[in-house]
Design a protein around this ligand. Structure first.
Ligand code: HEM
Ligand code: HEM
Length: 181
């Protein structure tokens, strides 16, 4: 790693999880519109993948705490603040979304499965009303995440094409051509 880029492991985790999160959001939307019995297979996959993402977020947060993040010292204060607020909010959503899904399924009495570990049940009593509330929470959090991701991607486009700096290179597997870090 050099001081102008995230560590190799952080970059791999970012792109792997970005792809899987976007797939998972599309799956959550499409599975509800699928026909039975395929629908049940997709629900199962969504839950399993959601729990795998939750475990990956934990790994990512530990890695974030243990590694140095490239400095934003050359950027105006408002950009540093906007980046921090957006990134922290995305992390909050990345934890809250799978947790709300897991709780929703547990209250509904449908427990998710993990490869090797089998069924992973949360110790809660079934409650249809709580499952309904958590269904709405899960839905709203996903819209929150999508809004943040629109801002996130718009910011990268603004940096790359308007400011023409190397922000994308901080997370990419190349350095970028801009003249500012
Ligand atoms: C095409 C899509 C995407 C692009 C081009 C992109 C690009 C970037 C770039 C350039 C950074 C570094 C920003 C900096 O140096 O301050 C970054 C950070 C980050 N991105 Fe993305 N990203 C994309 C999608 C996503 C998705 C889908 C997620 C989450 C589901 C995500 C979550 C994050 C987070 C949490 C950070 C902060 C990293 C940290 O400081 O720990 N990104 N992204
Ligand atoms: C990483 C995480 C996750 C993402 C991004 C995600 C995303 C989504 C999205 C976009 C929907 C569609 C919302 C709607 O249109 O109403 C959805 C529905 C659903 N999710 Fe997730 N989800 C995740 C994790 C989980 C987990 C871990 C579980 C359960 C263990 C779960 C269970 C469900 C269920 C049961 C539905 C369907 C609700 C219904 O039929 O009304 N999700 N999810």
């Amino acid at each position: 790693m050099n001081e102008t880029q995230y560590s190799f492991f952080s970059r791999v985790l970012h792109w792997l999880m970005a792809g899987v999160f976007l797939y998972q959001i599309a799956l959550g939307y499409l599975m509800q519109r699928a026909d039975k019995p395929f629908k049940f297979i997709l629900y199962g996959r969504h839950k399993t993948l959601g729990l795998i993402l939750l475990m990956l977020v934990v790994v990512r947060l530990i890695n974030r705490l243990l590694t140095t993040v490239p400095s934003l010292a050359n950027f105006p204060l408002w950009q540093k603040r906007a980046a921090k607020i957006t990134h922290y909010s995305i992390y909050v959503m990345m934890v809250a979304i799978p947790l709300s899904g897991w709780l929703m399924s547990s209250y509904a009495g449908y427990h998710p499965r993990l490869p090797l570990l089998g069924v992973v049940a949360l110790p809660v009593d079934e409650s249809k009303s709580l499952a309904d509330v958590l269904n709405k929470v899960h839905f709203l959090l996903n819209y929150g995440l999508l809004t943040l991701l629109l801002l996130h991607i718009a910011a990268v486009i603004y940096h790359s094409f308007v400011l023409k700096d190397k922000v994308l290179g901080r997370m990419a597997f190349f350095q970028g051509k801009g003249n500012k870090v």
